[in-house]
Write a protein that binds this ligand. Structure first.
Ligand code: VG1
Ligand code: CO
Length: 553
């Protein structure tokens, strides 16, 4: 065994997006592609000075490592371990089999006071040899690295010429306990244990056990992704849910051909089960890395924005939040349903750009307790990631505490606060230049749109969302083009930062309806007039040639 110095060259396009670096597996499998990115990360963590000399900040440190089990996960783990050993890392806490969900990585970093962690996942993107792979760094708060950090890593990828890597043989990823790789300890840990301990500290496990003892039934679809082992262990083994409640529970390299993006379009099997005559009481699905969740009642799908609003309204029913919330944050495109609850509770409310990394400072500073995104993501201060199984336990607890069904809970909420009709239309794999031109032209048209009338509505504000972090003052510009109407309706356009094929345009539509008699309109019909406004303003159909979105959720 020896540490090698290997010469390398830079690769274009290693700039992380909304959530880490995501590319096709074939891109990641190019010689030195993954190695370069990880070496750049280790260089930055070591503390590079102005002359390019590496510092010693990585020495003696512990890192957490694990992924969602998709294709290339195991090979990437071996590569990263050999780079870590050669770069002075003292210890790696590795999920058994190379497996750790995104929220579990966050929990392990925090509980074990690690320097940070590496998550191997492309999250909701398709898996398999033809699918996507991804890598993300989380800092010592357990959350996604800041933009400043990811930019520094990207800059380093463009100039580095040497890799430091051990030539040791692969280690065995399966037996629990410590192995040595050069001078570095690799401790293989139970992927569930730390996470389970955090869940125990938040929820009343006896109450949940009682719920299942009374015959409550559920179906949790782990979509052949990493949430399976966590859901099975916690729901079935610890809480006593009937065996078989968690389906598609074994992480597969290609997710068994499923697209692990938990929405009604991709999780059709769950939707079918929940609308069958013998449907269970509760249904839920998670994504590839188990940080997203979709909540489904009998014949009733919950919008993620509504989920955040309900969680906020009922948080005191959960032991972990019984003293109330410090505040709530939502991403800008997430509906304003939670704003109404926050206002009633007189709590601070923050609107951040898309991506969980923007919640980190607010959580660390004790300004918020709950956070959410429209993209099926909810979470709290217990970790620094969104958390799919946490959301499932939250909703189970709400049902246990109130004795009410999902549908009743949501409809009662609408009666009190009104309903924010909400939908997202995704136009996938469009040509990058077409997508960029659409946004550039929209930006140029913004000044002329203010004051313009569309049907009954007038545009009150037309801008490109910019965010100043209230904690560190950092500024993020161009986070989404917004049309805000005088009646509270919103039309938002932004380009995805997680896709790997062409560009994806996301169109977010929202309007508020106070009248309970009008709360049962199908969502796409309720928002058809706003979709027409979006088309009129942006010419999506004419520019992309797509008559309809690829996905509407
Ligand atoms: C999407 C979602 C965003 C989410 C991000 C990562 O980003 O819109 O809300 O934080 O995915 O989620 P974008 O840039 O494609 O819109 V995950 O579960 O894929 O890590
Ligand atoms: Co995810």
């Amino acid at each position: 065994m020896a540490i090698q110095s290997i010469s390398t060259h830079s690769f274009a396009g290693q700039r992380p997006g909304t959530s880490g670096l995501r590319k096709k597996v074939t891109v990641f499998m190019q010689p030195n592609y993954l190695e370069n990115f990880v070496q750049a990360l280790f260089d930055v963590l070591s503390g590079i000075d102005a002359e390019g000399q590496r510092g010693t900040a990585l020495q003696g440190q512990t890192l957490v490592l694990g992924g969602d089990g998709r294709y290339h996960n195991r090979a990437a783990v071996q590569t990263i371990l050999k780079l870590a050993a050669a770069n002075g890392v003292a210890k790696v806490l590795l999920g058994q089999g190379g497996i750790l969900s995104t929220p579990a990585v966050s929990a392990v970093i925090r509980r074990r006071a690690a320097l940070g962690g590496i998550v191997l996942s492309a999250s909701h993107n398709p898996g398999g040899a033809e699918g996507d792979f991804g890598i993300k760094y989380n800092a010592n708060n357990g959350g996604p690295a800041s933009e400043a950090m990811t930019e520094a890593v990207y800059a380093r990828t463009q100039v580095l010429t040497q890799l430091r890597m051990s030539d040791a043989p692969d280690i065995n990823l399966n037996p629990l306990g410590v192995q040595m790789l050069e001078q570095m300890q690799v401790e293989v840990i139970d992927p569930v244990a730390d996470y389970l301990a955090v869940m125990r500290s938040l929820f009343d496990f006896d109450q949940l056990r009682g719920l299942f003892q009374k015959g409550f039934t559920l179906r949790v679809d782990a979509m052949n992704a990493v949430g399976g082992p966590y859901a099975k262990a916690i729901l079935e083994d610890v809480l006593g849910a009937p065996a078989g409640s968690v389906v598609n529970a074994v992480p597969l390299e290609d997710f068994g051909g499923l697209h692990p993006d938990p929405n009604p379009v991709n999780a059709t099997d769950l939707i079918d089960h929940m609308s069958a005559p013998n449907a269970p009481d509760f249904g839920a699905a998670m994504d590839g890395d188990a940080d997203r969740n979709m909540v489904v009642g009998r014949n009733f799908v919950v919008s993620p924005s509504d989920s955040l609003a309900l969680m906020t309204a009922h948080a005191k029913l959960i032991p972990g939040y019984r003293h109330g919330l410090l505040g709530v944050a939502r991403s800008m495109p997430t509906s304003a349903a939670v704003d109404r609850v926050v206002k009633a509770l007189q709590l601070p409310c923050f609107e951040t750009p898309t991506g969980w990394k923007f919640f980190g400072n607010l959580l660390d500073a004790g300004q918020v307790t709950l956070c959410g995104e429209e993209s099926y993501g909810t979470g709290s201060s217990h970790v620094r990631e969104k958390d799919g199984l946490w959301a499932i336990l939250f909703w189970l607890s709400l049902q246990a505490a109130t004795g009410k069904s999902v549908q009743t809970l949501v409809q009662e909420h609408w009666r009190i606060y009104g309903r924010n009709y909400y939908t997202r239309h995704d136009y996938e794999a469009i040509a990058v230049d077409v997508a960029n031109a659409l946004i550039v032209d929209l930006r140029a048209s913004l000044p002329g749109l203010v004051g313009q009338r569309f049907g009954q509505r007038t545009v009150a504000v037309a801008d490109d969302f910019a965010y100043t972090d209230p904690v560190d003052g950092s500024i993020s510009n161009q986070q989404g083009v917004r049309l805000l109407f005088d009646d509270g309706a919103r039309v938002i356009f932004r380009l995805s930062g997680t896709g790997t094929e062409g560009a994806t345009l996301r169109l977010y539509l929202e309007r508020y309806e106070a009248n309970p008699d009008l709360h049962a309109v199908p969502v796409q019909i309720a928002l058809a007039d706003l979709a027409a406004v979006a088309e009129q303003v942006a010419g999506i159909c004419a520019r992309t040639g797509m008559a309809a979105p690829s996905v509407a959720t």
